[in-house]
Design a protein around this ligand. Structure first.
Ligand code: 6PG
Length: 231
């Protein structure tokens, strides 16, 4: 496990963009593609903007395949949509072929969509999908993706993607399971602010019950990218 703690989210976003450039270049050199799963929330907003601007020409976007670690069950044009966040800040500004962007259909039936997305992952990446890099955030309650405390998705053992009912609004979510997260080559957890630093330290405790503590890549690398402030 690697930990980076920087003073500001701005510095952290640049360092994370550089990391993604480096892993994309290595993945494309090694096997011709870079499979990247994005997350929602506010923390990655600057990162997505930087990938579409300062670092745009450093990635061979034509070889990049985009997935999501989770999605809210809302239409794709909703301001709550993780897809819309990435589309507005990144995907509309880089030359990724549209057929290489695999959106979770938040507007459809959650259970059916989760099953469909799992089939897409297995068809496109492999029956035991190993993504090159999964970008995650962490909520104030220690959730990651849409793996919230005390929800059924935490217990998924064989599934790769599930629907999950949560106490937050909107209540239905789609999420990769720990099995998928922990099968990745690289997992990056991006978090900023004093409260998130406290939660990070709690997650390192042996008996931590925080969902994010269960992100432990089996063969891959876990990189915590932390900022002391959200500046
Ligand atoms: C989502 C994300 C979620 C997010 C955390 C942190 O769907 O919102 O996937 O897991 O990463 O809630 O969100 P912030 O970056 O807004 O603190």
């Amino acid at each position: 496990m690697t930990i980076q703690i920087l003073p500001t989210l701005t510095e952290l976003s640049h360092l994370t963009a550089e990391l993604i450039v480096q892993r994309a270049t290595a993945s494309i050199a090694a096997h011709g593609t870079f499979t990247l799963a994005l997350s929602g929330g506010s923390t990655p907003r600057l990162l997505y903007h930087l990938l579409a601007t300062d670092y745009r020409d450093s990635i061979a976007w034509e070889q990049v395949h985009i997935y999501w670690s989770d999605e809210r069950c809302v239409p794709p044009n909703s301001d709550d949509s993780c897809y819309k966040l990435a589309k507005d800040l990144l995907l509309d500004h880089v030359p990724i072929p549209s057929e290489q962007i695999y959106r979770m259909e938040g507007e459809a039936d959650p259970t059916e969509t989760a099953q469909r997305y799992e089939s897409v992952l297995q068809a496109r990446v492999g029956v035991e999908p190993q993504l090159d890099l999964i970008l995650l955030g962490m909520g104030g309650d220690g959730h990651t993706a849409s793996l919230f405390p005390n929800t059924t998705a935490l217990n998924a053992q064989t599934r790769w993607v599930v629907a999950n009912h949560v106490e937050k609004v909107p209540p239905w979510r789609l999420t990769m399971t720990f099995r998928t997260l922990n099968n990745a080559r690289t997992v990056v957890i991006l978090a900023a602010g004093a409260d998130k630093l406290v939660r990070y330290h709690e997650a390192q405790l042996p008996a931590s019950m925080l969902p994010v503590a269960r992100v432990q890549p089996t063969h891959g690398e876990l990189i915590w990218m932390l900022a002391e402030t959200t500046e």
